[in-house]
Design a protein around this ligand. Sequence first.
Ligand SMILES: Nc1ncnc2c1ncn2[C@@H]1O[C@H](COP(=O)(O)OP(=O)(O)O)[C@@H](O)[C@H]1O
Ligand code: SF4
Ligand SMILES: [Mg+2]
Length: 385
Amino acid sequence: MFGRQYGNGNEQNAIHEASSSSSASPSEASGTLTSREVLLRVEGLTKQYRVGGTLSGYRLVRAVSDVTLSIHAGETFGLVGETGSGKSTTGRLVLALERPTSGTVTFAGQDLSRVSGKELRTLRRMMQPISQDPYSALNGRMRISEILAEPFAIHGVAKGVERRQEVEHLLELVGLPLDSLHRFPYQFSGGQRQRLVIARAIALRPRFIVADEPLSALDVSVQAQIINLLRHLQRDFGLTYLFISHDLPIVRLLCDVIGVMYMGKLVEFASREQLFGAPAHPYSHALLAAVPVTDPSKRAQRKKLYLSGEVPRATEVLTGCVFHSRCPLSEARCVAEVPVLRSLAGGRLVACHFAPVDENALIEAAKSRNASVFATAAIDSGASK
Ligand SMILES: Nc1ncnc2c1ncn2[C@@H]1O[C@H](COP(=O)(O)OP(=O)(O)O)[C@@H](O)[C@H]1O
Ligand code: SF4
Ligand SMILES: [Mg+2]
């Protein structure tokens, strides 16, 4: 039921445990969710920014390059990758807050580039953001009653007593007391503010929420409560989430399917069980290997994979595979030829010439190419490989 604060200390452990054990095998996950309605379809989505200098001297940042994905109604789609991989830009494009350089976003069957004015506003009601920073997301000069009434006022929904009741109900839904109405944002903790941000996002009963790193400013115990709240709201309102995060244990806890981004490209798309059971792209292996293991008994068996080479600059023109400068398996073909996102068993998609890539092969290759870095990693992890 709503009206109470979800979460207790136990979920904190759940987040950590999620990082250190795998669940179902990839084959068990085959065909998940695909029978549901496609709510959001992104095709060939590309966003380039001009940066620096004059008209003749500008450089291009390829923030998002040719991303194609589908999000099914009622699922949580996780988008992961290091900082700068294009996750937030994808989120803004999906919400039509920015126009793509090329490609399309289709939401509930409507191509967002072809709608404007009233039609776009109606669609926007169904798609809401939850941002990373609950401190700047709420106007500090407004009372909570005004903040939560704003979406209704903007869209001309509910008036007078009805609007007040809706606002009170929102507070109940996110587990905050009614006397919050007369207070200002600075009188709330970070977790409570994120509850208010969520309350505002669900005010008009959207179908789709883009949550961009919504937990990163919060303590671990508060994160667990917000995760619980998001789950309950999803269940009770049939919400679909695009959950953007670099925190893999949280993604594992919350997401049904996951897209891995690197340098603006989608390099792997897989179900939770597939990705965390056996990643298929070398970059996915590296991301998973970088997750800290909190359980000391499991830390000793942990194999770590360190990448060599530099992360390319965002303005660099890359040939072949975007990951070739850091990939332990890279060879001549990887520099010359762009790997297409191709389908592997169980419906997962991977953009690597040699996928699915096995962890041991990757570690052997990393060892032979950069023995000193690997030796440090081996000592670090307590493994004697
Ligand atoms: N408005 C902008 N102008 C120029 N470059 C941008 C802009 N927004 C994002 N970028 C660049 O695009 C790349 C992807 O950024 P972003 O989508 O924020 O990645 P992430 O959310 O994965 O950290 C980065 O190199 C970033 O610096
Ligand atoms: S295509 Fe080559 S460089 Fe790219 S991930 Fe696969 S093995 Fe590594
Ligand atoms: Mg971001």
